[in-house]
Every structure is written in structure tokens, then in C-alpha cells.
Design a protein around this ligand. Structure first.
Ligand SMILES: Cc1ncc(COP(=O)(O)O)c(C=O)c1O
Length: 447
């Protein structure tokens, strides 16, 4: 294989069968589409190049800066592609949560702009959201920027209708698989591939995977977040299921250790999600075959990127996998019963409590969101740091009244449950979070 330009190496990724002895499905062949083998490391190389390419010459001429709302793989691919063409790249995000990716972006010469925002996905109806305002400014002023606009740009999806989808069909001998499984971030890859597969076979089952509510799997959205994405159309999927971060990591480790695939957490989520969804169908097929060899079915999932960037993510969530002592009080260990027992406080009640008992108000949001607006007197301990303090020692005693605050009240409720388990006697969570506080017209201050 000889190329004049690294962009020619984007796409044409291998489709590799997963050993049935590992996944355990008896009548279904499960394949991984190895998007992690794209030259810049992920499925987003295709979308980034397809979005950038048509506007590149004009951008070079006017020395425009390439800009994208991304804290991960799209930013990485665009940083490389911009650099390759002598352009500057700026990644705008509400929060860079994977330190390895942040440092890689800086190494690649990217500028990183962190804005407070509820989600990196845009809700166009939410005119208060700083990311939405930023998005509008970029769309209006096209002179100095080339905004690739991955959440709304149809060329994101097109990268997969012209590339990923047809490649899968070709590698399966001109047929669509019976099931296609993909994690949903911008929805570009799942939408594009599903469209092509359905043209070949309208009966193909499409399973979209999102992160479980208030869980974090880098690269994909929760169901609430994904509904805000312009490219997302629920009709694309026959089923949308949620995967927990723990399941994603377990799936990833199985791919890494047993399948020879050095794939990352969303690949693990897709693999885990595929096997859980297909297992009952597989059992039914085997039963119907009643001892005869069943006709074989095929399923394909996307392995989006590589594991190496996520060692810090694994260390924080599953230290035992890296030979460290496990955290007894990890956030993921909070049970539904513990969550149900949390004393949360609505806005009016929380205001009264603050007035009367002066609890310590801990704002768990990112520092930019906190700086923009917070409850007066609140201290800011970003949730990831707070979780480390839960393991290593909190800066307040067990009897101190504490009000935990997060964007919408989910994460704070989990932490309140955890602290209550650890013997803290008076910890409450602000129901509905800062969003409810703001919507109720309660006062917020700037730093
Ligand atoms: C690691 C990873 N997995 C999955 C996805 C989802 O891909 P898409 O944006 O096409 O839905 C992304 C998107 O950024 C990603 O970075």
C-alpha cells in the first residue's frame, strides 16, 4: 500500500470476526469494524476529513481557523488535518474530561477553549447556554472560521454512507448484516451506516447505544443529551439501549485481553451492548433449530477508537484493573435503594436550609460553569476531584451539613447517597440542580 498523502489512508478498515468462544453466541457471527485503525485513531477521522475537505482551499486562502465543538476524537482528527494544511485549529468544549486527549491536542498545536455549558450537544432552544451562543456566533461569522459543525453537518453522516457502510456490505460478500450495533455520539456513524445497510436489506436490526443516565463513557451521549443533536433521528434505530461505564470497561477489557483488539471504552460498550442484546435472540434461534445446526446470522459493531488514551479513565473508575486497591466507595457502587433514600431538597427548601443552617454548599460542576454562575457562598469541587476526595479524605467532617449541587441533580444525588453510606449524617442534594435553581429565578452570582 503506497500513498502520497496520509488522508488516503482514512477508511477501508478491517472487519474482524470475534472468537465465538469469547462472546458465547452460538448461531450469530459477530464482527468488529475496526475504525480504531484509521490513521489518527478513530471513526471520527472519516467525518473530520469529509467535513473539512470541501472548504479547505477557501480556508487556506483566507487563513481561517478551523473550529469545532469537540473534546475528543473529532478534535484530534481536525487538529491533525488542519496542521497538515497549515491551518490553526481551535477545539471548543464545555469540559475536557480525558486528560490524555487534552494533552495530545495541545501537542498537536490545538487551541482549547473551555466554555461553561450543560452539554457539548447543543439544544438550539436553549438560548442561555453559552455553547449554543458560541455556535450561533460561529455560524453567523464565517469569515475568520471554518466551523465544521459536527452535530449538524450532513457531511458527517455522509462520510459513513460513502465509506463505512459500503465497506461493511462489501466485506460481507455484498450483504447487509442481520444486526448493526453502534454507540451514538453525534449519531453520524450510526445514521450513515444504517442508511446504507437498510438500502441493501430493510430488515436489518439497528441497535444504538448510549451511556446510562449520569454515567460517563467518553465519546458518547446519554439519551437526554443525544436528543439535542441535530443529526440524531430516533427512527434510525430499532432499539436504543443504555450501557453503564462499568459494562463499557468490562467489554473493553475483554476485547483487549481475549480478542487482540486494543480498542477503547465505546468499543467495549458496543461489544457488550451487542452481546447482551443478541444473547436472548441467539438462544431462541438455537432452540428453534432443535439440535440441527442453525442458519448462521451476522452482526457488526463499530470499534471506534483505541484504549491508550483512557488509562486515566480506567484508573479512576476501576483501579483494580491496573493493580491498585479497588475503591470501596466508588460512585458506581451506589445502589438504587441508597439513591431512593437520599434526602434531596427542592429549590425553596434548599434556600430555607441555607438561610437557617448555613450548610456547606459544594458545587460539583466544571470550573468554567461555576465561574459563570453559582449559588452564593458555594465552593467548587469538580465531581472528578470530589470523587478522589471521597477516597482520600473529604475537607469536612461527618456531622457538617452539606448541600451538593450539580447541573441537574443526578450526580449530586449519587454523591449524597455515597456520603450517607460513609456515615455523613446531614448531606442533601439539590433536586434539579443549578438548572432548577436558575429556572426558579433563585439568585446566582458570578465569580
Ligand atoms: C470514542 C468514540 N466512540 C463513539 C463515537 C460516536 O460516533 P458518532 O459521533 O459518529 O455518533 C465517538 C464520537 O465522537 C467517539 O469519539
Amino acid at each position: 500500500m503506497r500513498y502520497d498523502d496520509i488522508t488516503e489512508a482514512i477508511g477501508n478498515t478491517p472487519l474482524v470476526r470475534i472468537d465465538p468462544a469469547v462472546h458465547g453466541l452460538r448461531t450469530i457471527d459477530l464482527y468488529a469494524k475496526l475504525e480504531m485503525l484509521n490513521p489518527f485513531g478513530s471513526v471520527k477521522d472519516r467525518a473530520a476529513w469529509n467535513m473539512l475537505r470541501p472548504d479547505l482551499a477557501g480556508a487556506v486562502e483566507r487563513d481561517a481557523q478551523v473550529v469545532e465543538l469537540s473534546s475528543g476524537n473529532t478534535a484530534k482528527a481536525l487538529a491533525v488535518l488542519a496542521g497538515l494544511h497549515g491551518l490553526r485549529f481551535r477545539s471548543v468544549t464545555n469540559r475536557m474530561r480525558v486528560p490524555e486527549l487534552r494533552e495530545l491536542l495541545l501537542l498537536l498545536g490545538a487551541e482549547i477553549e473551555e466554555l461553561p455549558g450543560r452539554s457539548e450537544c447543543l439544544d438550539p432552544t436553549d438560548t442561555d447556554d453559552p455553547l449554543t451562543q458560541f455556535h450561533r456566533a460561529l455560524t453567523e461569522d464565517g469569515a475568520h472560521h471554518l466551523h465544521t459543525d459536527q452535530y449538524f453537518n450532513p457531511r458527517n453522516t455522509e462520510a459513513h454512507t460513502t465509506g463505512t457502510g459500503p465497506e461493511i456490505v462489501k466485506d460481507l460478500g455484498g450483504r447487509a448484516p442481520d444486526w448493526f450495533v453502534a454507540c451514538v455520539g453525534t449519531a453520524g456513524s450510526s445514521t450513515g451506516v444504517a442508511r446504507v445497510l437498510r438500502e441493501h436489506d430493510p430488515g436489518v436490526g439497528v441497535l444504538g447505544l448510549v451511556a446510562a443516565k449520569s454515567d460517563f463513557i467518553p465519546g458518547i451521549r446519554t439519551l437526554d443529551e443525544v436528543a439535542e443533536v441535530g443529526l440524531f433521528d430516533p427512527e434510525t434505530y430499532d432499539v436504543i439501549e443504555a450501557v453503564t461505564a462499568d459494562e463499557a470497561i468490562d467489554g473493553m477489557v475483554e476485547l483487549n485481553r481475549r480478542c487482540g483488539l486494543l480498542a477503547g471504552p465505546t468499543s467495549g460498550a458496543a461489544y457488550r451492548g451487542a452481546v447482551s442484546h443478541l444473547r436472548p435472540l441467539d438462544e431462541e434461534r438455537a432452540r428453534r433449530a432443535s439440535g440441527e445446526p442453525a442458519e448462521r446470522a451476522t452482526a457488526v459493531f463499530i470499534a471506534c477508537d483505541r484504549v491508550e488514551s483512557y488509562l486515566g479513565y480506567v484508573r479512576r473508575r476501576r483501579p483494580e484493573l491496573l493493580g491498585r486497591a479497588p475503591h470501596r466507595n466508588a460512585l458506581a457502587t451506589v445502589t438504587e435503594a441508597e439513591l431512593a433514600a437520599v434526602r434531596d431538597a427542592g429549590v425553596a427548601e434548599a434556600r430555607r436550609w441555607i438561610e437557617e443552617e448555613r450548610p456547606l454548599v459544594v458545587d460539583l460542576r466544571g470550573s468554567h460553569a461555576y465561574a459563570a454562575l453559582h449559588i452564593e457562598g458555594a465552593i467548587n469541587i469538580v465531581d472528578e476531584l470530589f470523587e478522589q476526595q471521597v477516597h482520600g479524605g473529604l475537607p469536612f467532617g461527618r456531622d457538617r451539613p452539606v448541600l451538593l449541587v450539580c447541573p441537574v441533580g443526578e450526580k449530586s444525588a449519587r454523591f449524597a447517597a455515597l456520603l450517607t453510606r460513609m456515615g455523613h449524617t446531614n448531606v442533601r442534594s439539590l433536586a434539579g440542580g443549578v438548572v432548577a435553581w436558575r429556572d426558579a429565578g433563585a439568585p446566582l452570582v458570578r465569580e
